[in-house]
Design a protein around this ligand. Structure first.
Ligand code: SF4
Ligand code: SF4
Length: 321
């Protein structure tokens, strides 16, 4: 199973999609070059008795989205950090190093780390890419359009016999059956942030390392993000009333949606969380003072280096005498 988000360079032209997600149809891929809408039908069925059972999970390349991680770490009853350490691998989503995550494989094979002889070991909480298969999702944003549009493609891999099964359904029914509505309701907002960041790319310049760290924290490390919003620095800077904060501390889904609000502010400067103006000014002042102190320290070190050089020259010339 190899369905992941691919983010090619933005295309130009009045009606060109600027970003494509999931698989990119080309003669070399198993993706069928027919774009489907929600009410289009396709033939496919997957069930436990099928001869190819588990084949799709024996060689995976699956990208994870934030809600996938939330569901999986909850199921496994572990922290997001433990989930990241044990069940994911990093990759760059674009040429600017935007951090992405893929599902880990077993140590000895390219099979999914959750695959068991009986099937998926996390079935009720499997990632959205697994739910979509054998469909691929393509999210496009037309030039100058503020929103992206989803369409779908059938992914036909040789090992998958599900395409020969006599079941035809609409994309809409398939998405419902696979529980994708809940996943897309949350992940869509995140995909829009990724698309916007990606399409703004060169006009804004290379994203700073700090902004990419915040992107990682807010997207993937939910428990780390909870600690972040509980810190005194965050509380000093952002206006967040106690009742709202308590909901975020207790509810992962609310926290994840808040993380997306935070990302829009951190990455695009949108004011999605009110800032305490006086606190912001104090922070800027503290930052200015730190920079000035660092410059003074650097100048002092340079003077000391020069003194040391002259001192050693003086000694060498005395030794020569
Ligand atoms: S999470 Fe489950 S469905 Fe997805 S690749 Fe792994 S075993 Fe297969
Ligand atoms: S029918 Fe396709 S999706 Fe289902 S188990 Fe077989 S290979 Fe996997």
């Amino acid at each position: 199973m190899s369905i992941d988000i691919r983010l090619p360079p933005p295309e130009s032209g009045p009606d060109q999609p600027v970003i494509k997600e999931y698989s990119d149809p080309s003669p070399m891929t198993p993706v069928q070059p027919v774009q489907l809408g929600p009410d289009d039908t396709f033939q496919f069925n997957c069930h436990k008795g099928i001869a190819c059972f588990n084949k799709c999970c024996e060689n995976i390349d699956i990208m994870l989205a934030p809600y996938d991680l939330l569901r999986l770490k909850k199921r496994l009853k572990i922290s997001s950090r433990d989930f990241l350490d044990n069940f994911t691998r990093d990759f760059a989503m674009d040429g600017h190093g935007m951090p992405g995550l893929k599902l880990a494989t077993k140590e000895e094979s390219p099979a999914c780390v959750f695959l068991t002889p009986e099937g998926c070991g996390v079935y009720a909480d499997r990632p959205s890419a697994c739910r979509y298969y054998a469909l691929g999702l393509l999210s496009m944003r037309k030039k100058d359009s503020p929103t992206d549009e989803d369409s779908y493609f059938v992914v036909k891999e040789d090992h998958c016999l599900g395409h020969l099964e006599p079941k035809t359904q609409t994309v809409r029914d398939y998405r419902k059956e696979q529980g994708l509505e809940d996943y897309d309701a949350i992940n869509r907002e995140w995909r829009q942030i990724v698309l916007k960041k990606r399409s703004s790319g060169p006009t804004v310049g290379k994203p700073s390392e700090r902004s990419m760290e915040l992107f990682f924290l807010a997207s993937y490390d939910l428990d780390g993000f909870r600690e972040f919003i509980s810190s005194s620095g965050f509380t000093d800077l952002f206006e967040l009333d106690a009742a709202e904060k308590q909901i975020l501390i207790e509810n992962d889904e609310a926290l994840l949606r808040f993380a997306f609000r935070f990302l829009k502010q951190a990455l695009f400067g949108e004011i999605t969380i009110p800032i305490r103006v006086d606190a912001a000014e104090k922070r800027r002042e503290r930052y200015r003072q730190r920079v000035e102190q660092a410059e003074r320290d650097a100048a002092e070190r340079k003077t000391m280096d020069q003194d040391a050089q002259y001192e050693s020259l003086k000694h060498e010339s005395q030794d020569d005498d």
